[in-house]
Design a protein around this ligand. Structure first.
Ligand code: F6R
Length: 592
């Protein structure tokens, strides 16, 4: 899970690399490095942040070509030996890599036999040496790439240059993203388009098993056999991939505050002229299937719990699976299942694993993702984009709401039910009201919670699904242990954990479960818990902590997840933690 940048022919390449790596450090941030060409191959790298790397990098580097990398360790500890770029044994190749080479041990054994030795533990160093081996044997870089691609198994986005050509960058990929930014007199490369947008509007998204040779004038793309491919130049909506903080102190806060416009944008994108805008064939396939299988991870899995219920409400049977579980025991309920994968990044390795199984089984599939051009977007049968704008904060917020909103629309479109449109528009008002008026009370509550070691969330039905997400958000950025429990399950075990002063946060937004939840509150209160109730106006009672305006209860993940997100944000802030980049986590989980 790493970020890659590269530039050739740019006036100030160091500025591009510095800003680009900063934008990409959501992909990992335990070490960073750059490679460039002065009199030959030169590298500067160290453990730590991109800021640290830049503090040890002379600002007067003269080079026509540069590559950079920010790493999140997978193979080998985050130390200097394993930090990218890697230089091959005979110092002919300088390379950065994102992904995982599954057969790197075999590659290393093969090279060891040929006299190669390794300074680190990474799979990436093995690729640098393999490229060099074939480069020296074939005396031609393109042949070396072809041979290397035919031998390595796994996911990779690789950018490299050689010791005798200061004017060419080479790149090749499989299952990990790599985008070329086409400029006037320069060309750029990055793991996603965000670092490129300041420089160009024209992008080439490299296909799997293709490679590219770029210099300052042109970008030539080839298939795995080395045949030239006419690369398609794509324009992107720059506003949606901009990393501008727009005056906010953190991306997470900015992204929470984008939730109401995001709901609006999705509705306007998929509902035009009083009609849903989904591909009619997709709707037909969904209607003709007898079972919907949802597969996702983390926050996106929580969305699948809600989405599954939406489809059930329209008469479909549905199952929900965690990708890393399903991948090893795939089950295919129904005679004619349809699989819906959900992934904000579109690059989650566990889900890519599942998609490969789904394709082998020839099952109809749809990806719901925020990332056009991502691996899952390009390789699934149908794709629906969230148009939520890039999410930089590691903790997903607006994408969670966007995914839920899109599933509400999609499920309703199966039966041409348009009532959801008004319900969603009403949610926008509820969210805006929370954004405008509730931050002080949420901040006050956060202050009371911040020093606790354990916090429980309770809810039933849709409020339980929301509790799961609220709890995940709190634990990942505040490092407070937290659990979400369905109200009815309390007595079946978890109530043993309730003790004096333990904070229990309870969602009550659904009339069908409100009375039972009030019963649960009495049970935990009588055992000493300090209860914080988040309720809707018509179900509220005196003493509730946060009371929001009413909305259609099935939309609780759309309407009041904003409260849960603010709460996690303000707790982490009060604890002085790095809100946008919690420890041990990366935004895009590209390894299984
Ligand atoms: C938590 C979070 C993660 C992701 C999970 C799946 O805030 O963001 O739990 O939801 O890693 O990622 P995607 O949705 O990109 O497949």
């Amino acid at each position: 899970m790493c970020g890659i940048v590269g530039a050739i022919g740019l006036n100030n390449p160091l500025e591009y690399v510095q800003k680009g790596l900063k934008m990409l450090d959501y992909r990992g941030y335990d070490s960073a490095g750059i490679g460039f060409f002065s009199n030959g191959i030169d590298i500067i790298k160290d453990v730590g942040s991109v800021e640290h790397l830049m503090s040890i990098t002379p600002q007067n580097i003269q080079t026509n070509l540069i590559i950079g990398h920010t790493r999140w360790a997978t193979h080998g500890s985050p130390d200097i030996r394993n930090t990218h770029p890697h230089i091959s044994f005979n110092k002919r190749i300088c390379l950065v890599h994102n992904g995982v080479i599954d057969n790197y041990k075999e590659i290393k054994d093969f090279l060891f036999e040929k006299g190669y030795r390794f300074y680190g533990e990474t799979d990436s160093e093995a690729v640098a040496n393999l490229l060099e081996y074939y480069y020296l044997e074939k005396k031609d870089v393109k042949s070396a790439i072809k041979e290397t691609m035919s031998l390595i198994i796994g996911s990779y986005a690789i950018v490299f240059f050689t010791n005798n050509d200061p004017n060419t960058l080479y790149l090749f990929k499989n299952s990990s993203p790599l985008v070329i930014g086409v400029g006037d007199g320069f060309n750029l490369v990055a793991s996603d388009a965000s670092p490129l947008v300041k420089y160009t509007n024209d992008f080439i998204e490299l296909d799997d098993f293709s490679f590219a040779v770029i210099n300052e004038k042109e970008a030539k793309v080839f298939d795995r056999e080395g045949n030239p491919i006419q690369a398609k130049i794509i324009n992107k909506d720059i506003e949606l991939i901009s990393h501008d903080l727009k005056g906010y102190p953190h991306y997470m806060l900015k992204e929470i505050e984008e939730i109401s416009p995001v709901i609006n944008r999705i509705v306007n994108n998929y509902y035009i002229n009083n009609k849903y805008q989904f591909d009619p064939q997709l709707i037909k396939d969904l209607n003709e299937s007898d079972h919907i299988i949802f597969i996702a991870c983390g926050t996106s899995y929580h969305v699948s719990l809600v989405g599954g219920r939406y489809f059930e409400n329209y008469g479909k049977s549905a199952s929900r699976f965690i990708a890393s579980e399903w991948a090893f025991h795939p089950t295919f309920p129904g005679q004619k299942p349809f699989v819906i994968l959900i992934s904000q990044s579109g690059e989650t390795a566990d889900l890519i694993h599942c998609l490969n199984i789904i394709k082998q089984q020839n099952l109809n599939n749809l990806i719901i993702t925020n990332t056009g051009g991502s691996t899952l977007d390009r390789n699934s049968h149908y794709s629906l984009l969230l148009h939520a704008g890039i999410e930089v904060s590691v903790a997903s917020t607006k994408a969670y709401v966007a995914q839920t909103t899109l599933l509400a629309l999609l499920a309703a479109s199966l039966k041409d039910d348009y009532s959801v449109i008004d319900d969603l528009k009403h949610c926008i008002e509820v969210v805006e009201d929370i954004q405008n008026n509730y931050k002080p009370i949420i901040q006050k509550t956060a202050g009371e919670l911040k020093d606790h070691q354990n916090i429980f969330y309770l809810g039933r039905s849709y409020d339980y699904f929301l509790s799961l997400e609220a709890s995940l958000k709190l634990k990942e950025i505040s490092y407070i242990h937290s659990e979400a429990i369905p109200g009815g399950e309390l007595k079946h075990g978890p109530i043993a954990l309730i003790e004096d002063g333990l904070p229990v946060i309870v969602f009550i937004t659904d009339p069908t479960t409100a009375a039972s939840m009030r019963g649960n509150i009495e049970e935990v209160k009588s055992r000493g818990a300090k209860v914080y109730v988040i309720s809707t106006r018509s179900l509220s009672q005196q003493g509730d902590t946060i009371i929001v305006n009413d909305y259609a209860p099935y939309l609780s993940s759309v309407a009041i997840s904003t409260v849960a997100f603010y709460l996690a944000y303000y707790v982490a802030l009060a604890k002085g933690l790095n809100v946008d980049k919690p420890r041990n986590l990366a935004k895009s989980v590209t390894v299984e």
